[in-house]
Ligand binder design. Structure first.
Ligand SMILES: Nc1ncnc2c1ncn2[C@@H]1O[C@H](COP(=O)(O)OP(=O)(O)OP(=O)(O)O)[C@@H](O)[C@H]1O
Length: 704
């Protein structure tokens, strides 16, 4: 996969002094391939790259080919005009026959009108289907982006993806509408024109064909250089889009820290780089055009002199010379346009390449079934091994009925509060981490894995608080449960079923998550909340809002139908967090994963949310990341995450008594740890002794 930014730029730099002398972008973050340590893949030929568009073009091929045929006819009709002229000069004009001249004039007018009409028809034929092609490509790209793992999005700057979904696709639509057709039309016109020239006077025809060879060599040199510059320019547009997007989304920070000047400078520098690349492209194209225009003009001048001599010697008729020169002039535009068309084709090949870099990125393959499970659970396994998605975007089917809890009609939902029966009927239900290890894909080599040897069992209906210092890996651990990232060792089970054997759709029906950063979408409050459960209605919405103490939504100008701004920024942080919590609980999920869900709430609201959450949590199996004692007290037990391992499991009281690190974390003051006896609100009575785990995470205590 060629990288979007640096490598393309550097490759282009070898060919393009203008690009080489430009400063590096201020945010010259390595592109995906660079960060992956891969060298840029060599570019396929332009034609092979553009041929990849065929699956998108196929459905509209009839109209497109018809349009191309119409354009070829229109263009060839134009070549008849010199022949009519020849007839007029040698015939009616020489014989001073006004009737013949009028007839010839009428014929010329008819040819001109027909040519214009046919070109209009071509435009009409392609406009609608090509808008459809662009829409299909955009939908495919967007679908892929939605299905690609979070790790992919961690690596790719958003502007690179945005520019692929917008400007690149516009460029491709324009290419299909104009350059593609005219490359064909103009090539055919040139061939037919050359045949006419040679048939009229072959010696003069050969003179005109003289520049063909040097022009072919020049075009291939141009293609090699221009394609690199085109790639650099497209990637720089992506970088620029990233800067604009970050500047707009981070406008509060930019203004709050008075960083608008440095932001503007970063933008200017990137714009300057892009301008340099575009100028380099323009210089390349200007050089090509200069030669493309000069050589044929020289040949035409030579042919004109030789033709005039032949007419004066009487070896050539005046009409033939007029027709010859008119044909040669009619070929001027098709020849001269080759430069532009080649440049646009290069730009389009680059856009195609960039499109398929995303679309070709493999989707994560689900872990293959163990042999014994494959024999007994083929249906689930087949669905679970999603692999690369079909283009149609079909999703793996639901888990077979035998895997559904008895009496459950809607897959994955167990509305009603009581702990649900196990997924597979396995005796060891709940959420279990078994020797889980996780390393971020782009973590530097040699660094320890973020999570190591995680063994943790959250029993059915139990709420486990996950406590740990900042950066200890709490968010990472919670992200593994809905498979936002794949474990790199060990496994996670839900009611005894390995989560990699559950189709992702099924998994995400079973688990609801609320993240630390409560992202909302540009939609109504109600739509944002109901996103958490398919088929939920107003009753569920109101109940979820009540649980999350988000009843402020009813007081908004249009109640739950109030549109929230982009990312929900029109709401306060605490309001957004409560809506995100409502979204997590609206479906009464079997498993709930909450990443510090109450951090932005004031003490009073937090107490109200906790009271309501307690009811919800009593009916689910939950993992709740907690920083504050008040949140910890929602849990039945607490797991302490330290240095990427679970180092202790027990009740809040037990850990306060026995674990200095936990005491320190709960006190928030390393000098003044909370004592086990003096908990802020009194924890649930501990029933078992806490388990202090060895660093290797091996214990056999209460957690297992
Ligand atoms: N996408 C990522 N790629 C690489 N490393 C990451 C990524 N996200 C987090 N990390 C690293 O993983 C470690 C654990 O991060 P994580 O966000 O899980 O910590 P946390 O315990 O949730 O912290 P906090 O309490 O501050 O939210 C950190 O060192 C962080 O730098």
């Amino acid at each position: 996969m060629p990288p979007p930014t640096d490598s393309a730029a550097s490759t282009a730099a070898t060919a393009a002094p203008a690009v080489r002398t430009e400063p590096r972008t201020p945010d010259s973050r390595p592109g995906p391939a660079v960060s992956a340590g891969k060298p840029p893949a060599p570019r396929k030929s332009t034609v092979r790259t553009l041929l990849r568009l065929w699956p998108y073009v196929r459905p509209v091929r009839t109209r497109l080919f018809t349009a191309a045929g119409v354009a070829v006819i229109a263009s060839c009709l134009g070549l008849l005009i010199p022949l009519v002229l020849k007839w007029m000069v040698d015939g009616p004009v020489a014989a001073r026959d006004p009737g013949g001249v009028w007839l010839g004039g009428g014929l010329l007018l008819l040819l001109g009108i027909t040519e214009a009409g046919l070109f209009g028809l071509r435009r009409w034929l392609v406009a609608r289907p090509l808008a459809g092609v662009e829409a299909a490509m955009r939908a495919n790209l967007y679908g892929r982006l939605q299905r690609l793992p979070v790790a992919f999005h961690d690596r790719w700057p958003s502007g690179q993806l945005l520019s692929r979904a917008t400007t690149d696709l516009q460029l491709l639509r324009m290419f299909l509408a104009f350059p593609l057709t005219f490359l064909l039309v103009n090539s055919v016109t040139i061939l037919v024109g050359c045949a006419i020239l040679l048939s009229q006077e072959w010696t003069l025809g050969l003179v005109l064909l003289g520049p063909v060879l040097p022009l072919v060599v020049l075009c291939s040199l141009f293609e090699a250089r221009y394609s690199l510059a085109a790639r650099t320019a497209r990637d720089q547009v992506g970088d620029l889009t990233t800067v604009v997007e970050e500047g707009v989304l981070g406008i509060r920070v930019v203004k709050g820290f008075g960083r608008h000047r440095s932001q503007a400078r970063a933008f200017r520098e990137l714009s300057h780089k892009l301008r340099g690349t575009e100028l380099y492209k323009a210089r390349l194209l200007a050089g090509l055009l200069a030669v493309i225009m000069t050589l044929p003009e020289l040949a035409l001048g030579t042919a004109l002199v030789l033709g005039t001599l032949q007419v004066s010697e009487g070896t050539l008729s005046a009409g033939t010379l007029v027709a010859f020169l008119s044909t040669a002039l009619a070929l001027r535009w098709p020849v001269e346009s080759i430069g532009f068309l080649l440049a646009m084709s290069q730009d389009s090949a680059t856009a195609t390449e960039r499109h398929f870099e995303v679309v070709d990125t493999p989707l994560p393959r689900d872990t293959p079934l163990p042999r014994d499970a494959a024999a007994t659970d083929g249906a689930t396994g087949a669905a679970g091994r999603a692999g690369p998605a079909p283009a149609s975007g079909s999703l793996p089917g639901p888990v077979p009925d035998e895997n559904r809890p008895p009496g459950e009609t809607t897959p994955g939902r167990s509305r009603g509060g009581a702990p649900s029966p196990s997924l597979s009927g396995a005796p060891e239900g709940g959420l279990r981490f078994e020797g889980v290890e996780f390393r971020y894909p782009d973590a530097p080599a040699g660094t320890p894995a973020t999570l190591r040897g995680i063994d943790l069992h959250i029993r059915p209906g139990e709420t486990m608080a996950l406590v740990g210092a900042t950066g200890s890996g709490k968010t990472t651990l919670t992200a593994l449960v809905p498979r936002l990232y794949e474990v790199t060792g060990g496994r996670i089970t839900l009611d005894g079923t390995d989560i990699t054997r559950l189709p992702r759709t099924r998994l995400r029906e079973l688990i609801a998550v609320a993240f630390e950063d409560p992202t909302l979408f540009s939609a109504t409050v109600g739509e944002n909340v109901l996103m958490g459960a398919d088929g939920a209605g107003e009753g569920e919405l109101n109940r979820a809002l009540e649980v999350a103490q988000a009843e402020f939504a009813h007081a908004l100008p249009h109640g739950v139908r109030t549109q929230v701004g982009e990312q929900g920024l029109s709401l306060s942080g605490g309001q957004r967090q409560r809506l995100a919590l409502a979204r997590a609980v609206v479906g009464e999920p079997r498993f709930l994963v909450l990443d510090d869900p109450l951090s932005a709430l004031d003490v009073h609201t937090e107490a109200l949310v906790e009271a309501a959450l307690r009811r919800i949590l009593s009916g689910t199996t939950a993992l709740v990341v907690a920083h504050r004692p008040s949140t910890v007290l929602l849990a039945d037990r607490v797991a302490l995450l330290s240095g990427g391992r679970i180092t202790a499991v027990g009740t809040h009281q037990e850990l306060l008594r026995s674990d200095p690190e936990y005491r320190t974390l709960m006190s928030g003051d390393p000098q003044n740890p909370v004592s086990g006896e003096g908990t802020p609100a009194g924890g649930p009575p501990g029933t078992a002794s806490p388990t202090r785990r060895s660093p290797a995470g091996a214990d056999g205590g209460t957690s297992r």
